[in-house]
Design a protein around this ligand. Structure first.
Ligand SMILES: Cc1ncc(COP(=O)(O)O)c(C=O)c1O
Length: 219
């Protein structure tokens, strides 16, 4: 059963959403839903150990993540040794941009609107941003393939994708994902796919298409 928190119980807990953002704090992805008992129990068991030193990614954790990727998203090729722990997605964007765009003129391509940190990671990475607007067909938001082809240049090195998309709410279809990957391959771009919301595709007729399930030639 899903249990919603009352706003009173969330205030004065050092929480950005309820303590800093005013009466209608809809600008941050912090849900007022209690964590499920299995999560609370696992955390409680860890707390009960009473020693909280530095941790590393155990083989058990690697195996659990790869099993989840197979079961939930049909990813059969993820090797446990590919997994690396990072403090969050936002620092990961900067790390990838720094690695793939070492020169100031190198561009991170992001279709906009997009989760704002994606449009700003080039600042910390000391490279450039190439922002290309999505297009609205009257029914849904889509990639503007023509605008993307016109904008991309040899300085563009990285394509930052958000799937499912925040804020557009689109779960990109397999056809769209293959077209993005094909675009990246033709222009020699590294595709970085942020799939943090992949388990929130609730429409029965839609399915998350993980970048790791793209045809091998596009990976
Ligand atoms: C698309 C997207 N990526 C990443 C994040 C945040 O990731 P993290 O907290 O791991 O930096 C959010 C949070 O709203 C998000 O919407």
């Amino acid at each position: 059963m899903i249990r919603f928190a009352s706003t009173d119980c969330r205030r004065e807990t050092g929480n950005i959403k309820w303590d800093l953002q005013g009466p209608l704090p809809f600008g941050i992805a912090d849900m007022d839903i209690e964590s499920p008992p299995c999560v609370v129990d696992a955390l409680q068991a860890r707390l009960n150990h009473r020693f909280y030193g530095y941790a590393f990614m155990t083989d058990e954790l690697r195996a659990a993540i790869t099993a989840y990727l197979i079961k939930k998203h049909g990813v059969t090729n993820a090797a446990p040794e590919w997994l690396h722990e990072l403090p969050g997605c936002v620092p990961a964007f900067t790390l990838v941009a720094r690695t793939v765009c070492p020169e100031p003129q190198h561009e991170v391509m992001v279709c906009s609107p997009s989760y704002p940190p994606m449009l700003h990671c080039h600042e910390d990475a000391r490279c450039s941003l190439l922002s290309v607007p999505f297009t609205y067909t009257g029914e849904r938001w889509e990639f503007d393939w023509e605008a993307m082809e016109a904008a991309v240049s040899p300085n563009t090195k990285l394509f930052l994708l958000c799937n499912p998309h925040n804020p557009l709410g689109r779960a990109w279809s397999r056809e769209e994902m293959e077209r993005v990957a094909d675009f990246c391959e033709r222009h020699d771009l590294i595709l970085c796919s942020d799939e943090i919301h992949c388990d929130l595709v609730l429409d029965e007729d839609k399915q998350h298409v993980c970048a790791l399930t793209l045809p091998e030639r596009l990976q």
